[in-house]
Ligand binder design. Structure first.
Ligand code: ADP
Ligand code: MG
Length: 287
């Protein structure tokens, strides 16, 4: 079936299309990899399939612990249906172990455990190179209101607590990750803050707990090779790759891939889909 869809935005890692219902959009996960504000670029065959599945899985897990997310359902290997939100122009970074720009900026040795998890804000602006900003900058420039910021910080802490335990159980260190949040208005103009964008090895640092082997986008940033293999390892530990899906040369077994849609649909069914139509809030005791 070929349907003409309107492209709303093409970013570095994803394309956003108009969704089938108002208030929804389709996220298409590309194989493109970029780093250092898109100065370094490449195409990594099969990456989009993995980031799509990993993000869908993690968003579903987070919904289950009560984090409101934009995720609605997986559509196919590379696409998911999400609620359209107004993205708050902040990259919210949570760090448990020092790596990346934190090390460069402050001279901390990579791999140092932080005394407590650290939350940082970066102003989402490619032209400015996504600069680090303080909470006070966020308020002063009106990127988010104080109560929105409180909600965002509370969610970021909960997400970190959950993901630390979750990845820890899979023998993976959650070094750091980046989150984006969006605004959604309800029928009575009530505001919801939803977790949006994606959570995948494209925006998390994930190290094997035993060897500290990097299994994330740093393999691309630092030219460590076997980038897609790192992402595959994460997906495999999450139980998302059936035996035989990926062959020796990294090619995808089409027969097994076609069965994946079933798995995706199971995942979508497991999750309680809430109507995107605006309905008045119901009293919890009213069935
Ligand atoms: N639910 C959503 N509704 C609207 N926009 C979203 C949603 N989730 C993510 N986005 C935005 O869509 C874009 C995703 O594409 P991406 O390739 O990551 O772009 P970028 O190059 O800007 O990082 C991002 O700008 C992100 O903020
Ligand atoms: Mg992005």
């Amino acid at each position: 079936m070929v349907t003409k869809r309107k492209k709303l935005y093409e970013g570095k890692a994803k394309i956003i299309y108009e969704g089938p219902e108002p208030g929804t959009v389709v996220q298409y996960f590309k194989d493109d990899a970029t780093a250092f504000n898109a100065q370094k670029k490449d195409e990594i065959s099969g990456k989009g399939v993995l980031t799509n599945r990993i993000s869908a899985h993690l968003m579903t897990k987070l919904e289950a612990i009560g984090i409101p997310t934009h995720f609605l359902k997986s559509l196919n290997m590379r696409e998911q249906l999400v609620r359209q939100v107004d993205i708050i122009p902040l990259e919210v970074v949570v760090r448990n172990i020092a790596a990346g720009s934190l090390c460069k900026r402050l001279g901390v040795k990579e791999g140092t455990y932080l005394a407590k998890p650290l939350i940082e804000f970066y102003y989402k602006d490619d032209a400015l190179g996504d600069p680090l900003v303080s909470e006070d900058h966020v308020i002063t420039f009106g990127w988010a209101d104080p109560y929105e910021l409180e909600e965002i910080v509370g969610m970021a802490w909960r997400i970190n607590d959950y993901m630390n335990g979750f990845f820890g159980g899979l023998g993976i260190k959650l070094v750091d990750f980046k989150l984006e949040f969006g605004r959604l208005w309800g029928e009575f103009d009530e505001l919801y803050i939803l977790l949006a964008d994606e959570i995948s090895p494209d925006n998390c640092r994930l190290w094997d707990a035993k060897s500290d082997k990097k299994l994330d986008k740093d393999r691309f940033r630092q030219d460590l090779g076997e980038v897609v293999e790192g992402y595959q390892e994460i997906a495999r530990r999450l139980g998302l790759i059936p035996e035989g899906l990926i062959g020796e040369g990294g090619q995808i077994n089409e027969a097994i891939a076609s069965q994946l849609e079933e798995i995706e649909n199971d995942l979508a069914r497991e999750r309680k889909l809430r109507s995107v139509k605006k309905t008045p809030p119901q009293k919890p005791w009213k069935s």
